[in-house]
Write a protein that binds this ligand. Structure first.
Ligand code: HEC
Length: 95
């Protein structure tokens, strides 16, 4: 799962992943593919802060308006566009 590199499991439980240690600061992602459309999932992974200004979830594909980003990472999204699509495709399988 591409999301593993992005540490989704730090905050979210995904029982289907078979991982032993998962976070619980965020809602579990079970069934999220049935609750949300691909576009809704994409928006949340790309930039959850558009939906919740105070969210703790990282904006995985946003570079504008960030403060406190180390020089080498400036201007680079956390995930590539392809990785975002892979994560969205994976989330859609969670039904
Ligand atoms: C630092 C913690 C954190 C990380 C890391 C994180 N999230 Fe989240 N995520 C949250 C929180 C908290 C919410 C609940 C909404 C909010 O508070 O903004 C959320 C909400 C979501 C939602 C909407 C869930 C729903 O039921 O509406 C999706 C989908 C999601 N995250 C996917 C991901 C994916 C995929 C990754 C990894 C690429 C990820 N998250 C990484 C904290 C996190």
């Amino acid at each position: 799962m591409a999301g593993r590199d992005a540490n989704c499991l730090l905050c979210h439980a995904v029982p289907e992943s078979g991982e032993r240690f998962m976070g619980n600061v965020a809602p579990p992602l079970s069934g999220v593919g049935a609750r949300l459309s691909a576009a809704q999932l994409r928006l949340r992974v790309v930039d959850q802060s558009r939906l919740n200004r105070d969210t703790v979830m990282p904006s995985y594909y946003r570079v504008a308006g960030l403060t406190n980003v180390a020089e080498v990472y400036r201007g680079k999204p956390i995930l590539t566009a392809q990785q975002i699509e892979d994560v969205v495709a994976y989330l859609q399988t969670l039904r």
